[in-house]
Design a protein around this ligand. Sequence first.
Ligand SMILES: [Cu+2]
Length: 151
Amino acid sequence: MRRQKYVNDSNSFVKFLVLIGAVMSAVLLGLILMFGQLGYVQEVTDGVRQQEIHPENVVAITMSSSRPGCETTGCYMPTVITIDSGGTITWINEDRGLHTVTTGYYDVPDGMVESEQISPEDKFSFTFAESGRFHYYCRLHPWMEGTIIVN
Ligand SMILES: [Cu+2]
């Protein structure tokens, strides 16, 4: 009788340990999945959001473009923009740092567009009279590049 009770208690304790282990594993797995998933969703919605909220002829200088890494997601968003000749493009600095919109290639500006430094939340506009395909960059951050196509 005494031995039987001991065995039962022992089994209960083992079951309890197994249950705790299973619950902790499930919670850990859930956290890993949830954060991995949230990170991914956040990244996708940010990309979509930036494209959706900006009306035509507006280019966002994206958050954190002061640091390398925006090359893949878009330092200027959209990275390639097409307008008709005579159209105006407005760049909005949504980052916390200074940026420029400078046509040409890094250290080789062509002199057509030069915004000078655009402060956070400030805008810069330029009207394109001539058609063509124009590459531009940021004088402060060589990894920031964009293209303007004027039809
Ligand atoms: Cu910049």
